[in-house]
Design a binder for this molecule. Structure first.
Ligand code: MN
Length: 300
């Protein structure tokens, strides 16, 4: 990686009261981005730095009103995995499943990096969340963090479009905003959704109580904002650690023998059932991993 890692302390980027600097009509911005031409980059007006920073600040104001780690969502809702800067795919998803607020969406994180249009993806999704807070829910993926998005494309995209000086302030705006994104969602008290997966440290608090909802309460006892720590439940939840399914029985997620850094977990059906039981949930839906057919159900 040629870029220097940007290190952030939570305290430096958590002011939810920063004034909004630009007048902006979010509905117009949404309509403009939704009509992004499918074949012609030149005729598309990209989000400008003021729009990016204003959307980030509005999102922080909104997200800081409830700092729980786990969102509660009611069905029916469409669950969408990693977009990774593929703006056309996002538009196709809206075409197929309906635009908010007609259809409800829970996105599992990893909006940016890899694809060419990270800015359009994240600006549109944040704007939709702001205008339709009961129809668009955004979770945090491992790419929504300083140390990842500076290495996998988002930082380069922002610098290329806006230049180093303006680009840096836009990047910082997004990094501050990412710190406020929730890590998990629970649909109808039944379907637990997160970017990465389950972690052995989910057990620390949930298992102290026999009440099934205690795990969620325990997740909710953590508060945003933060930069994901390197290890532990929040790290695994948002995919900072990798999760893989293992086939043999084992009651807890275990570190993968292939991964010498010990930041990867394998989990079996047994471990999954035990974690879900502690949440009072029956199903885990996660992103973070390629599924050739669009989705897969490896443990059913
Ligand atoms: Mn990921």
């Amino acid at each position: 990686p040629r870029c220097k890692a940007v290190s952030l302390r939570t305290s430096e980027f958590t002011d939810p009261t920063m004034p909004i600097t630009a007048e902006m009509n979010l509905n117009e911005l949404i309509i403009r981005l939704m009509s992004f031409p499918a074949d012609e980059y030149s005729s598309h007006r990209e989000p400008d730095p003021d729009e990016c920073l204003t959307v980030c600040q509005l999102a922080i104001n909104f997200l800081s009103s409830d700092t729980a780690i786990c969102l509660r969502v009611q069905s029916p809702v469409n669950i969408v995995g990693d977009i990774h800067g593929q703006f056309h795919d996002l538009l196709r998803i809206f075409d197929r499943l309906g635009q908010p607020p007609k259809s409800k969406y829970l996105f599992l994180g990893d909006y940016i990096d890899r694809g060419k249009y990270s800015l359009e993806v994240i600006v549109l999704l944040l704007s939709l969340m702001l205008v339709y807070p009961n129809s668009v829910y955004l979770l945090r993926g491992n790419h929504e963090a300083a140390n990842v998005c500076c290495r996998y494309g988002f930082k380069d995209e922002v610098m290329q479009r806006f230049g180093n000086e303006t680009g840096t302030s836009v990047l910082m705006g997004f990094l501050r905003c990412f710190q406020w994104l929730p890590l998990a969602g629970l649909i109808n008290q039944q379907i637990f959704c997160c970017h990465g997966g389950i972690s052995p440290t989910f057990e620390l608090e949930p298992y102290r109580s026999s009440k099934p909802v205690s795990a969620i309460t325990s997740l909710n006892s953590m508060r945003r904002p933060f930069e994901p720590p390197q290890f532990g439940a929040p790290a695994t939840c948002c995919g900072r650690t990798r999760c893989r399914i293992r086939s043999s029985a084992c009651s807890k997620p275990e570190t993968s023998p292939q991964n010498k850094r010990g930041c990867s977990y394998m989990f079996s059906l047994e471990a999954l059932e035990s974690a879900l039981h502690s949440f009072g949930a029956g199903l885990l839906v996660r992103g973070h991993q390629v599924a050739q057919e669009g989705f897969m159900s490896p443990l059913t």
